[in-house]
Design a binder for this molecule. Sequence first.
Ligand SMILES: *Cc1c(COP(=O)(O)O)cnc(C)c1O
Length: 409
Amino acid sequence: MALINENYQKLQAGYLFPEIGRRVREYTTANPDKKVIRMGIGDVTRPLSPAIVKAFHEGVDEMANAATFRGYGPEQGYEFLREAIAKNDYQQYGVAIKADDIFISDGSKCDTGNIQEIFGNDNVIAVGDPVYPVYVDTTVMSGKTGKLSEKGYYDGIVYMPCTEANGFVPELPSQKVDLIFLCYPNNPTGTVATKDELKKWVDYALANKCIILYDAAYQAFISDNDIPRSIYEIDGADKCAIEFRSFSKTAGFTGTRCAFTVIPDGVVAYNKAGEAFPVKPLWNRRHSTKFNGVSYPVQKAAAAIYTAEGKKETAEIIAYYMENARIMRNSLEASGYKVFGGVNAPYVWVKTKNNMSSWDFFDKVLGEANVVGTPGSGFGPSGEGYFRFSAFADRENVIEAMERIKNLE
Ligand SMILES: *Cc1c(COP(=O)(O)O)cnc(C)c1O
């Protein structure tokens, strides 16, 4: 008899984005003449930049020629890409990450989910609340949790509220935890963590033998020089942190697929007897066994991000989205909303007025302004009463959406 993984039955039905899709479809079917502007899902809208497309084409041409054709590549990723990452994303900033610490993959969603496999099921996982849902759902799938409570929390996960009061960076947990997911710049709140705040977490992890799983998918959107782009800018993080980065938001790779995970040699975890083991060989084993590498043209395209033209073009696209964010912040503030984020991240996190619930605000904004955003409560109970607007949109739509929201009564 084939048995299912019953942990899947604990997963919350009616996940956020399907529910948004359902409400939007219902509205557009009933109101076919209305022009709905979508600022909900965090997906980029600008095309790949010319330098990236050129490299992508060259990669395809090499694959079409017997002399330059490539079959399986190294599971960890091509050296040319890992070297470019180490040099440009780390060493240039004085951070001692080397090509050998980097594992190329087809996405940070997969990496942040798959990483759990190399850690035992007795680990207690801590996550922010609100949170990128992947960390929570993959924890449930792995069997580390009990059921979902009525309040929307899984038994066995430690939720760390990220609120206006703590500047959306959680307090250190009061109970024992082992693996800590942190994401800065943050999705969904669009807020950042300072060096001092991250230092507090690194010190905690070192003192308690925890590992920080640091999702830096939005690091390219940081404009403030004092805000750390990498957890490894913090002393000691190379002994307790794994960093995830993706080209999805950085360079429009959401549909092209390329990301990477960084694991320095000094990061260790323990067996039940308390002996320390480096984590990198475990991930290397997992990656080589279950993954056969990202396609060559895609890696070649990703490497082009680090060329002079690639850097310039990528910075221009990021500036375009961040100008959207600036317009959104200014307009929403002028309309009397309390606004967070949107300065070093492409998300604007808005407090609803008069304690309106996130979903009521969703329905109001959809019904009266014909704009789609994301209800904060969909990212966790502490997101209730908030709403996320994504700056990944076309400028004219941003301007029109803000105009319509200004006119809401
Ligand atoms: C978009 C996003 C990612 C990137 O996922 P990919 O699988 O690389 O496209 C990772 N983490 C967060 C929080 C994100 O919002």
